[in-house]
Write a protein that binds this ligand. Structure first.
Ligand SMILES: Cc1cc2nc3c(=O)[nH]c(=O)nc-3n(C[C@H](O)[C@H](O)[C@H](O)COP(=O)(O)OP(=O)(O)OC[C@H]3O[C@@H](n4cnc5c(N)ncnc54)[C@H](O)[C@@H]3O)c2cc1C
Length: 338
C-alpha cells in the first residue's frame, strides 16, 4: 500500500469538490487497512465512491479509499442465496451481477452510485426498497482497535436513511463486507412505486423479470437525476422530513395540495423537494452552485464550487423552509468536517 501526500480528492467525490487529502491510500486487503491504521496518522477517514460526502476544506489525517473486492455465495437455500460482497465493490456492478444470475431483491436500487461498504451507513433506498430489506449482516473493522466484528440486522439499527453508523458509531468502523439475502425464483417484484409500472408499460412489458425492472429503474433515474460525471452532485441533499400530523394540518390549511405520505407510527412524510420548490429554490443558481431544475432536492456544482458554497446554500434552504413551513430539513449528505 502506498501512502500519497497532498492528493487531490477531485476524482474521488461526485460533487466535484477540489480539496486535498493530507495523506491518501487505496486499500485492497485487510492487511492494507491494518497497515494504514498502524501508521498512527489521525483521523482515518473511509471513502467509498464519494457520492454522499461534501468536503468543505482540505482533509487532515489519512483518507483510505476502499477497494476491498469479491462477491461470493456463502449459503444456498431452496428459494434464496446469501451473498457476501466486499465493501469496495461498486454497488451498481453488484446489482448487475445479481440480475445476470437471476437473484432478486436489489433490482429497484439499480444505479445508486457508490460502494457496497457504504450502503448500510444510510440504509440506501429507492423505488420502494431499502437496503434493510435484503440485509443479513456485515463485517467491520474497528478503527481504534483493529478488531473485526460482525453486525447483524438488529445491531445496525436501520431507519430511514439512517443506521447506527450515522449516529453512535459514526467514523469508528471500516465496513469490509456485507451479506445480502437474494431470492431465487419466485421473486417478490415491487413495481408499484414511482414510475416503474408506467415505464414497463411503455417498454411493452406486461410480466416483468428482475432484469426488466432494473432496466426501467436505470431509464427513469437517467432522465430524472443529473449525471455526476457531467454535473457534480450527491443525489438528494436532504432527507424527506417525517413530522407530526399537526404540522401537516397547518401546511394543508394554506397549501391544500401539499403532498404527504402516512407513516406506520401515525406521523407523515412530506417530500423535501416540494417544500424547497414552494420556497422558490428549484432551479435557482447561487454562484457556482444551485438547486437542480428537474429536482429541487438535488444541489449541484455548476463547476468550480467550493464545499463551503454548497453548505451555505444548503443552510439558506434549511432556514427558508423552516421560516415558510415550520419544518427543519435535515441533511442526508455527510459534511466533512462534521
Ligand atoms: C446521482 C446520485 C443519486 C443517488 N441516489 C441515491 C438513492 O436513490 N438512494 C440513496 O439511498 N442514496 C443515493 N445517493 C447517495 C449515495 O449514492 C449513497 O449514499 C451511497 O451509498 C454512498 O456510497 P459511497 O461509497 O459513495 O459513500 P461515500 O460518499 O464514499 O461515503 C459516505 C459516508 O460513508 C463513510 N464510508 C464510506 N465507505 C465506508 C466503509 N466501507 N466503512 C465505513 N464508512 C464508510 C464515509 O466516511 C462517509 O461518511 C445518490 C447519489 C448520487 C450522486
Amino acid at each position: 500500500m502506498i501512502i500519497l501526500q497532498d492528493r487531490s480528492l477531485l476524482p474521488y467525490n461526485t460533487f466535484g469538490i477540489n480539496v486535498k487529502a493530507e495523506n491518501f491510500a487505496e486499500i485492497t486487503s485487510l492487511d492494507d487497512l491494518r497497515a494504514g491504521l498502524r501508521t498512527g496518522i489521525q483521523p482515518v477517514i473511509l471513502l467509498g465512491g464519494g457520492s454522499n460526502v461534501l468536503f468543505t476544506r482540505d482533509v487532515e489525517g489519512l483518507v483510505l479509499k476502499n477497494n476491498l473486492r469479491g462477491i461470493q455465495i456463502v449459503r444456498e437455500f431452496k428459494n434464496k442465496v446469501w451473498v457476501e460482497v466486499g465493501g469496495g465493490e461498486v454497488w451498481h456492478e453488484f446489482v448487475l451481477w445479481a440480475v445476470a444470475n437471476n437473484y432478486g431483491g436489489v433490482e429497484n436500487m439499480s444505479l445508486i452510485p457508490g460502494t457496497v461498504g457504504a450502503t448500510p451507513i444510510q440504509n440506501i433506498g429507492a423505488y420502494g426498497v431499502e437496503l434493510k430489506d435484503v440485509f443479513v449482516g456485515l463485517k467491520a473493522l474497528n478503527l481504534p482497535t483493529g478488531q473485526l466484528k460482525t453486525f447483524n440486522h438488529s445491531s445496525c439499527q436501520f431507519g430511514y436513511r439512517d443506521s447506527i453508523f450515522k449516529r453512535e458509531e459514526k467514523g469508528k468502523w471500516c465496513i469490509t463486507s456485507v451479506v445480502f439475502s437474494l431470492t431465487k425464483t419466485p421473486h417478490s417484484l415491487n413495481t408499484s412505486y414511482g414510475d416503474i409500472s408506467k415505464t414497463l408499460e411503455s417498454n411493452g412489458i406486461t410480466s416483468p423479470s428482475i432484469a426488466d425492472i432494473s432496466r426501467a429503474v436505470v431509464q427513469i433515474r437517467t432522465l430524472k437525476l443529473p449525471d455526476p460525471a457531467k454535473i457534480g452532485n450527491c443525489g438528494s441533499f436532504f432527507k424527506n422530513p417525517e413530522t407530526d400530523r399537526s404540522i401537516l394540518e397547518r401546511i394543508l390549511a394554506t397549501h391544500p395540495q401539499a403532498p404527504h405520505y402516512p407513516l406506520p407510527d401515525g406521523r407523515v412524510k412530506i417530500p423535501a423537494g416540494w417544500l424547497i420548490e414552494q420556497c422558490g429554490w428549484k432551479g435557482k443558481r447561487v454562484g457556482n452552485t444551485g438547486s437542480y431544475d428537474r429536482q429541487a432536492l438535488v444541489l449541484v456544482n455548476y463547476g468550480g464550487a467550493t464545499g463551503e458554497e454548497v453548505k451555505n446554500l444548503a443552510n439558506a434552504i434549511i432556514e427558508s423552509v423552516e421560516q415558510g413551513f415550520g419544518v427543519r430539513l435535515e441533511m442526508e449528505v455527510n459534511i466533512w468536517p462534521p
